[in-house]
Design a protein around this ligand. Structure first.
Ligand SMILES: [Fe+2]
Ligand SMILES: [Fe+2]
Length: 184
């Protein structure tokens, strides 16, 4: 397997969550029932799986390897990707704050959760397209087979150090549960 294939596989799980978030935002806007626990679980998924693990692999391993091949940081795709990761973190924080306020009976915070979910979804759908169509294509062209092996080993280390074994299965269960509840 190539490092980009592993990342594309993770994009599939993230995109499934974006679909669920779109549906939850729609339910909030239509004043249908949404459980705050689900919002908290989604925030946890985004913080751990999408940000710490997936963006961690990109920011700490793949992007530095690409910079080393001569792709510039400024005015290039890597600078844009880093900026979008940090924008995403702002939206995750808004969801997290919104969930806390919602629990404290602040009804208006539901709307801010819906907005943050829609903003995050739009940002990440486009972000994933850019990575898969531009940056990952460059990565496949520029990184030697040996370098790709090294990157995969570092990805494995991030899985162990940051996420911990067994967590991936838990997140897949969460995705299936939320999908059954909000989409199917
Ligand atoms: Fe990314
Ligand atoms: Fe990505």
């Amino acid at each position: 397997m190539k490092p980009t294939e592993e990342l594309i596989h993770e994009h599939k799980a993230i995109k499934m969550m974006l679909g669920i978030m779109g549906k939850i935002a729609e339910n909030i806007q239509n004043e249908k029932n949404v459980e705050v626990k689900d919002v908290e679980d989604i925030v946890n998924f985004l913080k751990t799986f999408a940000d710490k693990c997936h963006h961690g692999k990109e920011e700490n391993v793949l992007f530095p390897a690409l910079l080393a091949t001569g792709i510039p940081l400024e005015n290039g795709p890597i600078g844009v990707m880093l900026f979008e990761h940090s924008q995403g973190r702002t939206y995750i924080q808004e969801m997290s704050d919104g969930a806390m306020n919602w629990k404290n009976q602040d009804a208006a915070s539901a709307q801010s959760i819906a907005n943050a979910m829609l903003n995050y979804s739009t940002l990440m759908q486009n972000h994933i397209l850019k990575e898969e169509n531009v940056l990952f294509v460059l990565a496949d062209q520029r990184l030697t087979a040996l370098k790709q092996e090294e990157i995969l080993a570092k990805f494995e280390q991030i899985e162990e150090d940051v996420v911990g074994h067994g967590i991936h299965e838990k997140f897949h269960e969460l995705l299936n549960q939320l999908k059954a509840k909000y989409i199917d």
